[in-house]
Design a protein around this ligand. Structure first.
Ligand code: SAH
Ligand code: F3S
Length: 459
C-alpha cells in the first residue's frame, strides 16, 4: 500500500534542529550567524523556543573570567540534556574553545568537539554530518586552526537575525596585531587578516538590495583595515557610501592609535551615511597605566584624537571602554581616568574590572588591586558617567530625529524601540515595522534612555 503523503519525508525535510548560545562581542554574534548558516546549508532548522535541539553549539567568550564561568555553568547544565538524549551533539566554539583546546574536553568530556573562532564556521557542518552518520572518529575533534580564509566565508550563507531586518554585520578584519597586556584576543583570534574590499562591497550591495538600511563593519581593530591593494577603511567608507539604498554605515572597534587624520577626514566626507558615532576605547586616563597596558598612545594622544574628531565631525557621539584596577593603578592614576571622563564627556562608557587572563603579558604582573577596590572604582565611574549621560541626553530634548526601528521595547510591549544615527536607543509609543526609519520627537530623557513621540516625516 502506498504510504500516505504526510508520512513520507518530503524532499529537503529538515535533518534536525539546532540551537546556538552566544556570549561576547559583536564578532561572536556575527560568527554565530555564520555557524547557523553553515548548519542550515546542511538541512538543519532552528529549534523552536523551549524545545531541546539535536545540535547545540556554545559560542563562547574568554575576555574576562566571568564570561568564561558562564560558559562552564551552561555546559554543565547541558550535560543533563545529553544524558537524556545521547544522540544530541554538543559543540564548543569561540574564544574559550581556542584558549582551552583539548583541556576543555578533559574538563567537559560530554562535549563532542571544540572549534576555535577562526575554524568553526568552515568546519562545523562536516563534523556534525560525520557525527550524525555514526563516524566515531569525529568525536573529540579539536580544531584550533587560525585560518586566513575565515574572512572569506560565503556571505550568501550567513543566517542573519530575522528579528532585525534593517541591520547587518559585515566582517572586514579578523584577528588583532596589537598586544595589549590585558587582552586574550590576539591569542584566541590570531593575527590580523583583512577581507578584500571587492568582497566586502559585494556583500553590502547584496544586503542593500534586500532592504538592509544599516551595515556595521566589524574587526577587533577595524580601523587597521588594509586590503591587498592597499585600500584603507577610509576608502571602504567612501565606496560603501555610494551604494544605493544603504542609509547608515558604522564600524567597530577602532583603536585610538590608528584613528588617523586621513580616516577622520574620510568619516567626515562620507557623512551622513557614515554615522556620527565612534566607539574609541581609552581603557585608562593615566599615561603610566596606558604604557603598562601597551596601548600605543598616551593620555594626550587620545585627547588629540577626540579633539580632531569633534572638529571635523561636529556633533559626533563617542563611546569608550575603561578598565579599572589594572596592576599598578593607584588612586592618583584612577583619578586621571575620572578626570578624562569629565573632560571628554562620552555618550556611553563600558567599564570593566580588570580580570587577569592566562597567556597575556599582564597575567604575570604583581601589584594587584583588590577586588574591593576594583568594585569601588567601578561604582565611582558609573556614578560620574550617570551624571554626564543625563546631561548629554538632555541635549536631545525637543529634537526630531531619525530612528531605525529594531523591534518592541524591552521594557514595555506597547512601545517600539530603535536607534539614532548617534547610536542612542530611543523608545516611542506605538508600533512601527522593524527595519524602517521613522521620525520621532524626543520628549523625555534620562541618564539611560530617550523617549519620544512619532511625528509625520517632513517632506
Ligand atoms: N578590540 C577591541 C575590543 C577588545 S575586548 C579594542 O581594541 O578595544 C572589549 C573590551 O573588553 C576592551 O576594550 C577592554 O576594555 C575590555 N577587556 C579586555 N580584556 C580585559 C580584561 N582582561 N579585563 C577586563 N576587561 C578587559
Ligand atoms: Fe585586545 Fe588590544 Fe587587540 S584590546 S583586541 S589586543 S587592540
Amino acid at each position: 500500500m502506498p504510504a500516505k503523503p504526510d508520512s513520507v519525508a518530503p524532499p529537503g525535510a529538515p535533518k534536525g534542529t539546532y540551537r546556538i548560545e552566544t556570549w561576547g562581542c559583536q564578532m561572536n554574534v556575527h560568527d554565530s550567524e555564520k555557524l547557523a548558516g553553515a548548519l542550515e546549508a546542511e538541512g538543519f532548522v532552528p529549534a523552536p523556543p523551549s524545545c531541546e535541539a539535536d545540535v547545540v553549539l556554545l559560542n563562547t567568550c574568554a575576555i574576562r573570567q566571568k564570561a568564561e564561568e558562564k560558559f562552564f555553568s551552561e555546559a554543565g547544565r547541558l550535560l543533563a540534556g545529553k544524558r537524556r538524549r545521547p544522540g544530541m551533539i554538543l559543540g564548543v566554539c569561540g574564544c574559550v574553545a581556542q584558549a582551552e583546546g583539548k583541556a576543555l574536553l578533559e574538563r567537559a568530556p560530554h562535549v563532542d568537539f571544540v572549534l576555535g573562532p577562526r575554524s568553526a564556521p568552515a568546519a562545523v557542518a562536516d563534523l556534525v554530518r560525520r557525527l550524525r552518520a555514526g563516524d566515531e572518529s569525529a568525536r573529540g575533534t579539536v580544531n584550533l586552526e587560525l585560518r586566513d580564509d575565515a574572512v572569506r566565508f560565503p556571505f550568501d550563507r550567513i543566517r542573519r537575525d530575522p528579528g532585525s531586518p534593517g541591520k547587518a554585520y559585515v566582517t572586514i578584519v579578523e584577528g588583532c596585531n596589537h598586544r595589549c597586556a590585558f587582552c586574550v584576543v590576539p591569542k584566541t583570534r590570531g593575527r590580523e587578516v583583512c577581507r578584500p574590499m571587492g568582497d566586502v562591497l559585494a556583500e553590502v550591495r547584496a544586503l542593500a538590495a534586500r532592504g538592509v538600511l544599516e551595515v556595521e563593519f566589524l574587526g577587533q581593530t577595524v580601523n587597521s583595515y588594509r586590503d591587498e591593494d592597499g585600500r584603507r577603511l577610509g576608502d571602504l567608507l567612501h565606496a560603501a557610501a555610494e551604494i544605493d539604498g544603504l542609509r547608515r554605515i558604522r564600524f567597530t572597534t577602532s583603536h585610538p592609535a590608528q584613528m588617523t587624520d586621513a580616516l577622520i577626514d574620510a568619516m567626515a566626507a562620507a557623512r551622513p551615511k557614515v554615522c556620527p558615532y565612534l566607539h574609541l576605547p581609552v581603557q585608562s586616563g593615566s599615561s603610566a597605566v596606558l604604557s603598562a597596558m601597551r596601548r600605543g598612545y598616551d593620555r594626550d594622544g587620545y585627547l588629540g584624537r577626540v579633539a580632531r574628531l569633534r572638529e571635523r565631525c561636529p556633533g559626533v557621539s563617542l563611546g569608550t571602554d575603561v578598565i579599572v584596577g589594572f596592576p599598578g593603578e593607584g588612586e592618583p592614576e584612577f583619578r586621571e581616568t575620572l578626570a578624562l571622563l569629565e573632560e571628554v564627556r562620552f555618550d556611553t562608557v563600558y567599564a570593566f574590572a580588570y580580570s587577569p587572563r592566562r597567556g597575556t603579558a599582564a597575567h604575570e604582573l604583581a601589584d594587584l588591586v583588590t577586588q574591593e577596590v576594583k568594585l569601588d572604582r567601578l561604582a565611582r565611574i558609573q556614578a560620574l558617567q550617570k551624571e554626564i549621560q543625563a546631561e548629554r541626553n538632555r541635549l536631545w530634548l525637543g529634537r526630531t530625529v531619525d530612528v531605525l526601528v529594531e523591534g518592541t521595547s524591552k521594557r514595555r510591549s506597547s512601545e517600539a524601540s530603535g536607534r539614532l544615527p548617534e547610536n542612542r536607543v530611543v523608545n516611542f509609543e506605538g508600533a512601527a515595522a522593524p527595519g524602517t526609519i521613522v521620525a520621532v520627537e524626543i520628549v523625555r530623557a534620562s541618564a539611560y534612555s530617550l523617549w519620544g513621540h512619532r511625528v509625520p516625516r517632513e517632506p
